[in-house]
Write a protein that binds this ligand. Structure first.
Ligand SMILES: [Zn+2]
Length: 322
């Protein structure tokens, strides 16, 4: 098999096409023939070297993938799947046996695995994953659209669900213009919420339907919140990290702040605990979505004809479908 990978950490120049022996599935595993993948921020961070979490080299990145099940390991129970099925792979699968995994909360497992990070990912011709990581792909989207769903749309859907975002709510998105920021915006709008986005590049978010766009300036943000909401946003979703104090200030009493994805900046911030508890603020930490959230996100998007935003496609994978 061929794969795009790296033998040492560094800038994009370390990526190269490499030949490897074909992957073989073990018990409980399948091999997926990859049709399309996508580029997420985590892929560039893994390439540069994630501080404190070494990967075994050579490494094949790629958190997202869509493809066909090519083969299954000896004695593997494929459950609802068959060889040849079009599938996505969840961004967090667990050990399969702890108290969280037993009830499908694999993202709460303390031995969770992420494709393209802990194991080889979607930048290869073939990928080996456990059956329990599979999510059925819908025919209601193109291959390229499916390929951007697992990370950005899975975790964004999870963030909006744990914050109970619904019609008429004000949601503050602190995620700039990346895959997660655009996914949060698209999904929040589709849920009937109104969105205030903090970004350095406002034009795209406006085309995605953001109601209010402000820069990374706390005074400007609080002015926008006072002008538009009744005492604060209902939910603030923060995937940046050092913006957490801003998110805590932006929510209404008993509002919800969801935080995740602090990948590059410092993960330490100072917050005013008194303001936090006097306002009955709910602060929820999450990380990668389990397969159940991804399934929910796909069903929601297909039922509402909600399409993911793709900034650039290298090749139309539809042409490679049999
Ligand atoms: Zn587990």
């Amino acid at each position: 098999m061929w794969a795009v990978g790296f033998e040492k950490h560094g800038d994009p120049g370390v990526l190269k096409v490499m030949e490897f022996p074909d992957l073989r599935p073990g018990p409980g595993e399948v091999i997926i023939r990859v049709l399309a993948t996508s580029l997420n921020r985590i892929d560039t961070i893994v390439r540069r070297g994630y501080p404190g979490i070494p990967v075994k080299l050579p490494h094949v990145p790629g958190a997202d993938m869509v493809g066909y099940i090519e083969s299954a390991g000896p004695g593997t129970d494929l459950g609802e799947f068959r060889v040849g099925d079009l599938v996505l792979v969840s961004n967090a699968w667990g050990c399969g046996s702890c108290r969280f995994c037993r009830v499908g909360m694999e993202d709460h497992c303390q031995s969770w695995t992420m494709p393209g990070f802990h194991v080889w990912g979607g930048y290869g011709e073939l990928v080996r994953v456990p059956v329990r990581a599979l999510v059925r792909a819908t025919r209601g989207m193109t291959i390229n659209e499916l390929a951007v769903l697992p990370l950005a749309y899975g975790v964004s859907w999870k963030a909006l669900r744990v914050a109970n975002v619904g019609p008429g709510d004000w949601v503050l998105v602190l995620g700039d213009l990346g895959g997660v920021g655009t996914a949060l915006t698209i999904l929040a709008k589709a849920l009937g919420a109104r969105v205030i986005a903090v970004t350095t590049r406002p034009s795209l978010l406006r085309t995605l339907g953001v109601d209010v766009v402000v820069g990374y300036d706390k005074e400007e943000l609080m002015r926008a919140i006072n002008e538009n909401t009744d005492g604060g946003v209902d939910a603030a979703i923060d995937s940046i990290g050092d913006t957490l104090p801003m998110a805590l200030d932006a929510v209404r009493p008993e509002g919800t702040v969801v935080t995740f994805g602090v990948l590059e900046k410092s993960s330490t911030v100072q917050i005013d605990i008194r303001r936090f508890y006097l306002r009955h603020t709910r602060l929820i930490g999450i990380h990668n979505a389990s397969g159940s959230y991804l399934k929910e996100a796909i069903n929601f998007m297909v039922s509402r004809d909600v399409r993911p935003f793709i900034s650039k496609s290298i090749k139309d994978a539809q042409s490679s479908m049999s």
